[in-house]
Design a protein. Sequence first.
Length: 236
Amino acid sequence: MWLKDSSIGRKLIMSITGAALILFLLFHGTMNVVAIISPKGYNMICEFLGANWYALVATVGLAVLVVLHILYAFYLSVLNYRARGRDRYAVNKKQDGVEWASKNMLVLGVIVLLGIALHLYNFWYKMQWTEIHHMIDSTVDASRATDGIGYIRELFACPVYSLIYLVWLCALWFHLTHGFWSAFHTLGWNNDIWMKRLKVISYVIATLIVLMFAAVVVYYYGVSLGAGCATACCGA
């Protein structure tokens, strides 16, 4: 199969899925900013994106994109590792023109993946999944399934969780800055003029996405400090 056996095909899958996920992050980040501007409005969005057919279809589609992106990332990394042969044991010297993020995309990807898993547990599992579970078993309590603001306030009152999320967002920034322009490079926009422009655009978009997410973390941790209810540990 061309998409599996061809180097260009594999990179094409990575590029397309990566670009789609960046668009989702822009949407998700914009939605998160609403949590600062209007907590009530944010909960209305959470209700709209609950266990409705369109939200569930979008969730499945997003899950497919994430799984494909991760599988192909690991597959490409294994192939690159094998292709280096004995060279992988050589002393690692800094290569001119090779970005740090480019050489550490797998490590950054693993950190991002762990952050996604934590994020899913803290929000998706307690919200949309609870609604789905309630549809199957009416005895399941789904009274807080759309209380996104409540979960945000509780989570980011914990300094440990706030710090973990900020570290995750730093890794995401490095991953995005390389991944964005690399995707367009694979799709053929690889001349010198456009590469310079795309690298600038990648920094702008990655910074915008991370700032939108980080703003919610910092804002609600600050709110908890102002209210005197910041907890010393996540279990408090």
